[in-house]
Each structure stands twice: as C-alpha cells, then as structure tokens.
Design a protein around this ligand. Sequence first.
Ligand SMILES: [Zn+2]
Length: 286
Amino acid sequence: MLRKSGLTYLISLLIASSGLAHQGKALPEQQALISKLTGHSAIDGQTKMTDRASAESRKLTADYLLREVNKFTDKAYLHTYREDGNNVVGVINATVDTDSYVVIGAHFDSVKNCPGANDNATGTALIYSLAKHISSLDQRRHNVLVVFFDEEEKGLVGSRAYAKLIKDEGLKVHSVHTVDQLGWDKDGDRGIELEMPTDELQVLYRSVAKNEGLEFPIHYSKVTSTDHRAFRDLGFKATGITEEYVNKDTTPHYHKESDTYETVNFEYLGFITRYTQKVFEAILSK
Ligand SMILES: [Zn+2]
C-alpha cells in the first residue's frame, strides 16, 4: 500500500487542528458490542461465543441485539422468517407525518469456527451506533428501519426474506444502506468502498465528506456478494459500505478462526461511523 505523502500528512495535521480529531477515536459502545459478539467477553454474563453460525448461537445473538435495539427505538421485534431464522428489526419513527422509510442494516451471523469480528461484528456495531445517533436527532423526515440480518453467510437468506417482506407490504423506501466488514485499515487512509451506489447516493456520500472537511478516499465497486444485493434485486435503491475490499486493504483474517476482536481497528470504525452519522443527518433533513 502507498505510504503517506508529505501532503497527506499536512492535511491530517490540519484536520486534527481544526477540531475534528475526536472523529478518529474508538467508540466504547462499539468495543463492548464487538467484544460480546466475538466471545472476547460473555454475551449474556456466562456464554462466550465461538462463532455465530449455529441456530443456537445466532438466536443468542439476535436476542442480545433485540434487547440493545429496544433501548432506543420506538419498536423492536424479531422478524422470524422461518424456524431458526431471525432478523432483528428496530423502528425509529420520523418526526414528521410521512410514509417514507430508509433502511439501514448489517448481517450479524458468521461462518462456522470464526468469531466474525471484522465479518461482520464491525458492520453490526456501525449500524448500532448509527441507529442510536438517528434516534437522538430532532429532525427525521423519513422513518428508519434498523435491521440486523441473519444468515447472510448462507446466501443472503435473512436480507432476501426481509426485502421480500417490505416489497410485499408495498413500503415506500427512499434507500437501503448495508454495511459488511469495516474494521481493517492497514494503510491508515480511512478509505471506504461504496458498492453499487446510485448516482444520487454517490453525490450524497461525497458531498457530506466534503462539507465536513473529511479527507479520505471513497471508492466505488461493483461488489454484490452481500446484503444490499437482496434489496436491489427487488428494485430498491441500495448501496453497500465496506473497507477497501477491492482496493486490497481488507482483513487477511476473512472467514478464519483468527478474525478476532484484537484485529479490529476501532479508530477507523469510529471515524467511518461518525461520518455515516453525518450522511444520515443529511438524508433525514431532506
Ligand atoms: Zn460479511
């Protein structure tokens, strides 16, 4: 990977001195959540997870996330699409009278024998902190659906079931934003990739970074091997957010036993989380 040039270093210093330095700090609530999901600490006071692949471990995770989401959403429930298949859904009501929805989500399951810290406790933690922030805003011009998807690793099973549900309900959806793998940034540039964003979403994500004075690469990719695909396939406007997966600054621990809590770059995750909070302030003010 490229080393930081003198100019990049200067820009970093300018950002630090302009009061945005806190943007790169780890968020303790994300550290706590990822610790519990990955068996770094016990999820329910006694059980330490080794993975989130079996029906039992996925249900334990879903119940934990439901309890957490229930603390700040207007309504929270399990979307049980079959026996042993549960998405976690939280609803945050708009502050105006509207039937329009924005969907944000991340899969919480992992492959077998993998703690799934990067994939995808990081995405789960991002959506958790983003949703919490959204719930604290004075202005929300759309309702927000917060969804933690089950069984992504088995072929987008949970997200396909949820996308079909809201399609069948005829829900009016502004856009869908899913996050998968956001905890690796070895080159330190804080770069992200937006997967298959619409032109409108490209402009939005880019303009918020610019307006906030945030200097980091935003790439586009055509990667469709994760949850946003389930929604696009049914005609929704959707994008995925991830670390530099195509640009090869992505976790080397992918789907391995070594995808642990210790490998997560919490400062990077915190930085991108705060950025997405600004993106949603923009979406929800329009
Ligand atoms: Zn994943």
